[in-house]
Design a protein around this ligand. Structure first.
Ligand SMILES: C[S@@+](CC[C@H](N)C(=O)[O-])C[C@H]1O[C@@H](n2cnc3c(N)ncnc32)[C@H](O)[C@@H]1O
Length: 383
């Protein structure tokens, strides 16, 4: 990231950055002497949460009645899932919360301390400001390596938090104007603004096609290049206008049988966000390492929000279970998982898939929380 960009990012999160050193990967920021001073709340209450955890009951059922010594939340966010898992397992010894966004840690920290205090738990809380793709390294460092290969459960709840989407200055949403940023954390190599204004038309087209699954990728990439030649595209609404959609427009893509109506700019923004944060690269790297980090019987639960992520999870789990067909192996070169190569045929399965089909939100949750409508939960148990 350039110095200028780092500065912009820092100003958005300055109140948090002042308390969090981005160079420290593993830092125990739990302090028993500090009183959270927050109003009493049940750890999984939704009333005052800036982000409502999706499929919470389903995640809790996944871990219910299981030994839970060490829990790793790779996408801590506002800590809603973690606080609820801690409440469910107050005898837990170590909870490691990873998030690349410093804002998430500042919110989750209070929540987890509250859950710890409410349940009289003696759990050690560790916060890692970093990418979950480095999970194995963090675990090797944590507790003198005692956590490596001994984790009881891991949760990845992918994508953005409501705090990120709802903060205009973070630039994730075309529903409000803001700088075209989209970085989840300071480690991202480029902002959306840099990508939109400097990548070649071919590279822009590629991400709109691959990450946005946008059929009009060619036209949109060409339009962006045409507009930026006149004037750089700096804000979310400028981008929406450049590609021919006004941010607050009610226009949606035509409804086709079996498809959801979505705002036309959604796919372009999704593609940029995935590229900025290398979301699929992180997932590809993390799944084999996460499985390796589990103890036998440990569970890996992953919630995804779009088909590319879900496909990556599904195929990685099939490989781990030794059940990927040669066709699936062949058609999935993008999802070759180094740690799982050869799982089918050449070596025994290392996991068992517990979700034959992905678990979806119940009607009530879908009505209450629109984010949950595209959520899919898959679970693997380490053998
Ligand atoms: C959907 S939110 C998680 C919400 C959380 N489960 C809760 O209950 O509040 C996803 C979070 O994961 C973080 N994130 C996404 N990709 C990440 C990655 N590769 N490494 C670390 N954190 C990541 C985002 O910054 C965001 O805070």
């Amino acid at each position: 990231m350039s110095g200028g960009n780092r500065q912009v990012f820092s100003s958005v999160v300055e109140s948090v950055a002042a308390r969090t050193d981005p160079d420290i990967d593993v830092s125990n920021i739990h302090d028993d002497r500090r009183s959270s001073g927050s109003k009493a709340s049940t750890s999984n209450s939704e009333d005052d949460s800036p982000h409502v955890p999706v499929l919470l009951d389903e995640v809790l059922s996944t871990f219910q009645g299981r030994p839970m010594r060490i829990f790793v939340d790779g996408t801590l966010g506002a800590g809603g899932h973690s606080a609820a898992v801690l409440t469910q397992h107050p005898n837990m010894q170590l909870l490691i919360g990873i998030d690349k966004d410093p804002v998430a840690h500042s919110i989750a920290q209070k929540r987890l301390e509250q859950a710890k205090s409410d349940t009289h738990s003696s759990v050690t809380l560790r916060h890692v400001l970093g990418d979950f793709r480095g999970m194995k390294g963090y675990l090797d460092q944590a507790e003198g390596g005692a956590a490596a290969g001994a984790v009881s459960a891991i949760l990845l709840d992918l994508g953005m938090s409501s705090m990120q989407v709802d903060t205009a200055e973070r630039g994730f949403s075309f529903a409000q104007d803001g700088p075209l940023d989209m970085r989840m954390g300071p480690s991202a190599v480029a902002s959306a603004e840099e990508i939109v204004n400097s990548w070649s038309e071919a590279d822009l087209g590629r991400i709109f096609r691959e990450y946005g699954e946008e059929r009009a990728w060619r036209r949109i990439a060409s339009k962006i290049v045409e507009v930026r030649e006149q004037k750089p595209i700096r804000t979310t609404l400028q981008l929406a206008a450049a590609i021919g959609f006004q941010g607050r427009s009610r226009r949606t893509t035509p409804r086709r049988p079996g498809t959801k109506q979505i705002h036309p700019a959604t796919r372009v923004f999704q593609a940029l966000r995935i590229a900025v944060n290398d979301e699929l690269g992180a997932l590809e790297m993390a799944i084999p390492d996460a499985i390796e980090s589990l103890e036998p019987g440990g569970r890996l639960a992953i919630i995804s929000f779009h088909s590319l992520e879900d496909r990556a999870v599904k195929w990685a789990f099939l490989r781990a279970a030794g059940r990927a067909t040669p066709e699936e192996e062949e058609h999935g070169p993008r999802w070759q998982m180094a740690g799982l190569d050869g799982a089918s045929g050449n070596r025994p399965a290392i996991g068992q898939i517990l979700t034959k089909r992905p678990v979806l939100a119940q009607e009530q949750e879908a009505a209450r929380n629109p984010r949950s409508r595209s959520a899919k939960l898959r679970v693997l148990e380490k053998l």
